[in-house]
Write a protein that binds this ligand. Structure first.
Ligand code: NAP
Length: 348
């Protein structure tokens, strides 16, 4: 069977490392090149020590990049759009993990990111990268823009309810809590160990940029407002989105179950987690480390129409590299779960 020649741009970072871990075991992939400017010429296992004895690949500089079939871009936001013209010459298909092509409207991009988009004409060509919402478009796509980690947890948790028009449009409040690897591997004062360890730090109480893509994807029956806050935790991996919505009718839990079941019954990576007893009653990011699952639970407030939806992922997997490989599988007609079967660890 023919192999797909894949290269990774920006492979020395956290999402690049996770892509390497997945793609080196993908039966239909030949990993051709991985770029890093800082580590060009060095073995990839020097930066990603979990890959010792797994691969002899060495980083190359971006200007040594050869043509391939599919490129994964793991650059900081703003960089992918600047380099897009030269990258388009290198591959038939591109999967970008940055925020550069997630919004389909250049004005919204400028409003949320504070800068004009370098290639607004390309925005409509990228399919937004959540397979559970855009599977059919992905099968035909040349370009996929992988979704943000906080946005993925939020959107997957709320999508069935917005799709079925069960929500008061302007009253959705979301609190996302995330681990330190969300911020990538460039050190900063905020990530210095004594400052970050054990932290529960309000990070972006308002105007978190992922709000824009959440509103875009949930505006199924008209424009919606989502009020999102982000809190940084002292863990390394994981996102938990706690979403408060107000139902627009007196739906009971049975009705809520029905829409989640209908929407996600056939989804390989979505699990509804809602137990009556025990310590694993609701989704927990810790149990998802290294896996591509999104665990979703909910509870109806018996005193009101408030519904609390909890949605958990590993930010580097379903929130980044895992979801990008899921998109890659769809784009190439491979089984969607290929290279993504790892179920996580317990205990951990
Ligand atoms: N971390 C997450 O949980 C997460 C989740 C979803 C999406 N994302 C997005 O995915 C992208 C990558 O995230 P990450 O966490 O992997 O970031 P990261 O750990 O900071 O890695 C960034 C990579 O880009 C390279 N790079 C930096 N500046 C560059 C430049 N000017 N030109 C060429 N290469 C450059 C770096 O390598 P060298 O400096 O060695 O070249 C490094 O390999 C970001 O846009 C991020 O927003 C991240």
């Amino acid at each position: 069977m023919a192999e797909v020649r894949v290269s990774i741009v920006g492979g020395s970072g956290y999402t690049g490392g996770e892509l390497l871990r997945l793609l080196l075991f993908h039966p239909r992939v030949r990993l051709q090149q991985v770029t890093s400017e800082r580590f060009a010429g060095k073995g990839v296992a020097r930066v990603h020590p979990n890959l010792r004895k797994v691969t002899d690949l060495r980083f190359v500089s971006l200007d040594q990049l050869q043509p391939c079939d599919t490129l994964f871009l793991c650059l900081p936001h703003g960089r992918a759009m600047q380099r897009l013209p030269e990258l388009l010459d290198k591959a038939e298909r591109i999967i970008d993990l940055s925020a550069d092509f997630r919004l389909n409207d250049a004005q919204r991009y400028a409003a949320w990111y504070g800068t004009e988009h370098a290639h607004p004409e390309m925005l409509s060509q990228f399919v937004y990268g959540i397979p559970e919402l855009h599977r059919e478009a992905m099968r035909e796509a040349r370009f996929v823009s992988s979704a943000g980690c906080n946005a993925t947890a939020t959107i997957l948790g709320l999508y069935p309810l917005f799709k079925h028009g069960m929500v008061e449009m302007d009253q959705t409040v979301v609190e996302v809590k995330g681990g330190s690897s969300e911020g990538g591997n460039a050190p900063s004062e905020a990530t210095h160990h004594p400052e970050r360890s054990n932290v529960v730090r309000s990070y972006r109480p308002t105007l978190h940029r992922h709000t824009a893509e959440v509103e875009q994807e949930l505006s199924i029956h008209g424009p919606v407002r989502v009020h999102l806050s982000a809190t940084a935790l002292g863990i390394v991996r994981g996102v938990l989105a706690t979403c408060h919505i107000f139902l627009n009718d007196d739906f009971d839990e049975k009705a809520i179950w029905k829409v989640f079941r209908e929407t996600y019954a056939e989804e390989p990576f979505i699990r509804i987690v809602k137990e009556k007893t025990g310590i694993y009653r609701y989704p927990e990011p810790k149990l998802l480390i290294g896996s591509n699952y999104c665990d979703i639970g909910f509870e109806k407030d018996p005193r009101s129409r408030r519904l609390v939806v909890m949605s958990a992922i590993d930010n580097l997997m379903k929130g980044a590299a895992g979801q990008a490989v899921q998109a890659f599988n769809l784009m190439h007609g491979f089984a969607e779960t290929t290279a993504l079967e790892f179920p996580g660890l317990h205990p951990i």
